[in-house]
Design a protein around this ligand. Sequence first.
Ligand SMILES: *Cc1c(COP(=O)(O)O)cnc(C)c1O
Length: 409
Amino acid sequence: MSDFYIKTGTTSVPTERGYYGAFGGRFVPETIVPALEELTTEYAQAMADPAFHAELAHLQQTYTGRPTPVTFARRLTEQLGGAKIYLKREDLAHTGAHKINNALGQALLAKRMGRHRVIAETGAGQHGVASATAAALLGLECHVYMGSVDMARQQPNVFRMKLMGAEVIPVESGSKTLKDAINEAMRDWVTNVRTTFYLLGSALGPHPYPMMVRDFQSVIGVEARAQMLALAGQLPDVCIACVGGGSNAIGLFHAFRNDDSVDLIGVEAGGSGIDSGKHAARFADLNISRPGVLHGTRSYVMQDDDGQVRETHSISAGLDYPSIGPEHAYLRSLERAYYTSATDDEALAAFRTLSEMEGIIPALETAHAVAEVIKRAPTMSRDSVLLVNLSGRGDKDLDTVIKILGDRL
Ligand SMILES: *Cc1c(COP(=O)(O)O)cnc(C)c1O
């Protein structure tokens, strides 16, 4: 049914030192290593403690609203005329996206470790909002680093964070955007490592973060797998998710890793098109993206010949990052997962289609996954089943879309 072949995955990843094949690891200043080691140990203890799982599950049910449903997209399925399309509804989680799954897990771990101060960095503000939310719920002090350019662009999210009691710290260095905010957050962590927990937002960074974020997000796939068996009477033939840092995708994929019949497809930001060079598709053009180290982990990084990180472009801020979680690089190297991209225009079209056909306005990030559904479903037989992760809702993107589509609607 599909035009590619997928091998069985191996599952003993990461290694003790945080490697996923040739990717991952811990590329950080000496001063942070003891903190990462302590975090790794504390995390392992928490995961072995039924009380930790019980508390997290309780909050997921009574606060986040889990399990999120799976919805059969009847009209979209009929229109596309191929595979039956099912939607995993992370857009219905509290705060409107999957990011809360991870923020809640890490905040609970911070509390368990006796850290009353959490720091986070944010680009578009979505991870900042999730962190501020979890911190408010658990009574933790929360400081969010954000580039001043991003703060100006994302004022509603800045206001949300402040409303929930977080301090938003403007970063004026460099390009005053996400990568500068990450540098500042790292600096804070080095200085205050005894009192502070660094709440990282995607399946990125030095070990154990990619593993920890994956585990906290894997609730998506665990639920979806059982829901598909109950609702569709079978596992999906294909799972699709958008990939920024890679947390919602790995959260969906993880539960299906040993199901050889299930194809896993990640969708990167194709921006203005791969040929234009203006995109964030780390796997699409290996002339401008190759293995390298960024923000503490080894993975694919978009870079020039001198190793300088390249500017990226996407209509969706959440996919606009020059690297990708190391486990995705690993799954791709195994050919256990396959990666493709959708352009800004394709994502916008998908944004409209899902809104019109199903009454669900997706986030622009999510719309990239939906764009792949629109391409792929018609090529599949009518008795096949496709599951797409709706990582978030689109309310946050209305301003962006109004500027582009306003007159045409
Ligand atoms: C942040 C975000 C993403 C991208 O992040 P991942 O870590 O790749 O999941 C995707 N969708 C939504 C709605 C987001 O807010």
